[in-house]
Ligand binder design. Sequence first.
Ligand SMILES: [Mn+2]
Length: 322
Amino acid sequence: MTGLNLRLLLDKYNNIYIFTHLRPDGDAIGSSLALGNALRHESKNVRLFCSDEIPSKYSFLPGVEVFQDYFELEEEEGLAFVLDCSDLKRLAHLKDGLKELNMVINIDHHITNEKFGDINIIDSSAASTGEIIYKLLQTNNLEINKEISLCLYVAISSDTGSFKYENTMPKTMEIAGKLLENGVNPSYVSQIIFDEYPLSTISILSYLLSTLQLDETGKIAWMQLTEKVLREYGAKPDQLDGFVNYAKNIIGVEVGVFFYHTEDGETKTGLRSKSVDVAAIAHKFGGGGHIRAAGCSISGKPDDVVKMVLEAIKNGLNEKVV
Ligand SMILES: [Mn+2]
């Protein structure tokens, strides 16, 4: 899968443009930086692109300051890499930039990847794009120093939920082990990536937990929040990521739900389950996702939406998949 002779391409191109997806996560940022730093080591002109701002918690990563959110062709020739991006829509306005470049190399681990590149390196058995980049650098004898290892470790640990998700394979751990040998400090990374929050996030969590409710069977737990309250706490929607798990993780609960009522009359609904197919439930409301993690956006009065979704979950409780 990673049998690309990168050296051959690097002989041809001096200008490297690396793109990753909107709302970037640790894998998007870490794998872009790892590839970028390795190619800079080969004396290439490297530029990094992302349509959205890089979250501040990643500011400790080497080279992160050079990400730009607009495309500009600075030289006549250029080789593009698109990382961790299942389709071109995920590049937002940056996708037009690809047309100005000579060749597009698409590197991803999403099974749904639309193979839009001139060369496509898609490995859905990889837990992260970082894992693919590691192999690509290794097989092409490119630099994997301490800084590059740190970027790769952030990529791999992010997409495996710190090596907790089902996608964590023996080879994932083997690569992570190599990165530790190269000098990565796992406790330092996990403190920054997984454990630390701004005070406003903890304040909004405390509010959210006060809204927690369980149904009479104890199998469904939910929390809710309005956009107005979020604003009063000085917090942003991306600070809510993962909080739905507090509802799901209660012993005896099968499905955890998070309702976020926006001011334009939509309720963004996040569903997490231990064994119930919540993607099927989200699908009923025009949403989708994975079996154990799905979401949908529903318009209507907040109370009505909550009632409707809880009813659908009750009906779906018997349809366990594992
Ligand atoms: Mn990824």
